[in-house]
Design a protein around this ligand. Structure first.
Ligand code: HEM
Length: 178
């Protein structure tokens, strides 16, 4: 990539995931507790819908990343920090796939049909009543906290580049640069 920044579509997908995640956590922490007889309506329906949209955007994002050029990391980062940065970024990708799929599994175990945009029904990943699928609800909640931790580390890293190292790392993901 000649100018060393992410291309416009990569930036759009990055910030779209950020906006969707903020909305998704706000919904998750506001929606009613999910019990045995809970129906997937209102805020819970929104949670499923926004979560599946995040999964779809991540599929597009991973596809785009594999076919487009990723700008090299600015040189000069100490090796342990470079490794931490890579591990955090890989974890974010992995968690943003795993978390929605765990929610999808749990929803199916509860007998709920999951769809994309409320219009395209998605296949059931486990049978209704699956004990394993029910347990994935607890795993889903724990993984959501792990995702928050990884996102916090990621933001800290971006701010460290911007204000301590004063390099171009953050700018190359901002709109209007490059
Ligand atoms: C990145 C996307 C997602 C995030 C960040 C997320 C986050 C969360 C969080 C924080 C909770 C716990 C809410 C509480 O404290 O009560 C939760 C619960 C839940 N989520 Fe998600 N979620 C995502 C995607 C999905 C998807 C795609 C589905 C289903 C299609 C889903 C289904 C559920 C269900 C069924 C619960 C209740 C689990 C239980 O209580 O056993 N989530 N989610």
């Amino acid at each position: 990539m000649p100018n060393g920044t992410f291309n416009g579509f990569a930036k759009l997908l990055h910030w779209l995931v950020v906006v969707l995640l903020v909305a998704q956590f706000a919904i998750a922490w506001t929606m009613p507790d999910v019990h045995r007889d809970t129906k997937p309506v209102d805020l819970i329906a929104w949670h499923l819908s926004v979560g599946m949209t995040i999964l779809l955007v991540m599929v597009v994002r991973l596809g785009w990343r594999t076919v487009s050029t990723v700008p090299p990391t600015p040189a000069g980062l100490a090796v342990p920090l470079a490794i931490l940065s890579r591990v955090t970024q890989f974890s974010l990708y992995a968690l943003l796939f795993a978390l929605p799929v765990l929610g999808w599994i749990n929803a199916n175990a509860r007998g709920w049909t999951v769809s994309l945009f409320g219009a395209i029904p998605m296949p059931a990943l486990v049978a209704t009543g699956s004990g394993w699928g029910h347990q994935m609800g607890d795993v889903h909640q724990v993984v959501a906290w792990v995702l928050l931790g990884a996102a916090a580390l990621h933001v800290t890293g971006a701010l460290f580049h911007q204000f301590i190292l004063k390099d171009s790392t953050l700018r190359r993901m901002l709109p209007g640069h490059g």
